[in-house]
Design a protein around this ligand. Structure first.
Ligand SMILES: Cc1ncc(COP(=O)(O)O)c(C=O)c1O
Length: 393
């Protein structure tokens, strides 16, 4: 039976990782892979996570099943982290999911059950997995303009124009903060205009929050979600603890569906749990138990907030550092957009040929679109990186 299958090409980023690993040069720079790294190029377990893991190991008395929605205490804490006090808990169905990806997949399933052939509008460009993941779950995907590669800004007027033509009931996928891949986030005024448009046109906001804490701060980065929650009757939010808790492989995320009343929230919960039961039965516990332990204790939470701040500030320092070096090495070119971006990613703004040349001549690895992971920059390689980029311009 399996002879009938055709092999698929490997993922572009995984290919890039393999190419970098096989590059024997001593001064290579890897800006491809999507994980946070320290100045030493490590992706360590956070200290707050280590402490919580010890506590979980010592105090856990059972590993019996928890159910399709995961840990209710985790759900209550993550709901509060996402929405603050902006929405009454009884109107929200929150469930623990296997990472942000799992949350997106369950969201797509519930949306499909509520509305057959639903259309989701996504930013152009968006995270490479959004379209295959949501389309694979049966949703129709359509792009709205987002990034102007020439001007290196958000095409905000065109975005609003396109969304204002979307039929009532369509879904609009937004990045809560640290837009992946552009790093360009909506300003507060722009969030306001988007929220007003979605509310008046009766479009359903679907917010993906995968980098809470990496732009301005834990609370600040929930600004758009909380604004929307105060203005629309229903919305969907998928969150991920992969980056801000550095729990990547432990698979921790959450899905929240805000409904107009407690009765509907109960119905949505029953549907979501039923869907989970038919896909993976229930989410893994360990990482969520760690998050619950951290968020549920004031001191551990403060330690974690500090660690997120350290990661955020390192990313910002590397952006500023790279732009300063580029100003020096390539004075005729403007790279200031790199400094205006948030989170781990942004486009350098060079051609695919220049990206290839960087790889071949300098051992500098980035995705063909010139998207870089800023966490791959260190005080030790920023000079070389700027020189390399300048050399291909
Ligand atoms: C925008 C966005 N959403 C969701 C995810 C999913 O993260 P995970 O499934 O690892 O929690 C990512 C990961 O890179 C992302 O960049």
């Amino acid at each position: 039976m399996f002879d009938s299958l055709n092999a698929l090409p490997s993922d572009a980023i995984l290919r890039l990782i393999a190419e970098h690993a096989n590059d024997a040069r001593s001064n290579t720079v890897d800006l491809g892979v999507g994980v946070y790294r320290t100045e030493d190029g490590e992706t360590p377990v956070l200290k707050s996570v280590k402490a919580a893991e010890r506590q979980v190991l010592e105090t856990q008395t059972t590993k019996t099943y928890l159910g399709s929605g995961g840990d209710p205490e985790f759900n209550a804490l993550i709901q509060k982290l996402t929405f603050g006090d902006e929405v009454a808990a009884e109107r929200v169905m929150t469930l623990q999911a296997p990472g942000g990806s799992g949350a997106l997949r369950v969201a797509a399933g519930v949306i499909s059950r509520a509305r057959e052939n639903a259309t989701v509008w996504h930013s152009d460009p968006t995270w490479a997995n959004h379209v295959p993941l949501l389309a694979g779950a049966g949703l129709t995907l359509k792009p709205y303009p987002y990034y102007d590669a020439e001007a290196r800004t958000i095409r905000f007027e065109q975005m609003l124009e396109t969304l204002s033509q979307a039929p009532e009931g369509d879904i609009v996928l937004l990045h809560g903060c640290c837009h992946n891949p552009t790093g360009m986030d909506l300003s507060r005024e722009q969030w306001q205009a988007v929220a007003e448009l979605l509310a008046s046109r009766k479009l359903l906001p679907f917010v993906d929050l995968a980098y809470q804490g990496f732009a301005e701060g834990i609370e600040e980065d929930a600004y758009g979600i909380r604004l929307l929650a105060g203005m629309v009757p229903e919305m969907v939010v998928a969150t991920s603890c992969s980056k801000n808790f550095a729990l990547y492989r432990d698979r921790v995320g959450s899905l929240s569906i805000v409904t107009s009343n407690a009765k509907t929230a109960g119905i949505v919960r029953s549907q979501a749990h039923n869907l989970v039961r038919t896909m993976y039965s229930m989410p893994p516990d360990h990482g969520a138990a760690v998050v619950r332990t951290i968020l549920g204790d004031a001191e551990q939470r403060a330690n974690w907030v500090n660690e997120v701040k350290e990661m955020r500030e390192r990313l910002q320092a590397m952006r500023t550092g790279l732009v300063a070096k580029l100003r020096d090495k390539a004075p005729d070119h403007d790279f200031s957009h790199i400094e205006r971006a948030n989170g781990m990613f942004c486009f350098v703004g060079i051609s695919e040929e220049q990206v290839e040349q960087l790889k071949k001549d300098c051992g500098v690895y980035m995705v063909g679109s010139s998207r870089i992971n800023v966490a791959g920059i260190t005080p030790g390689n920023v000079d070389y990186l700027a020189e390399s980029i300048a050399s291909v311009l």
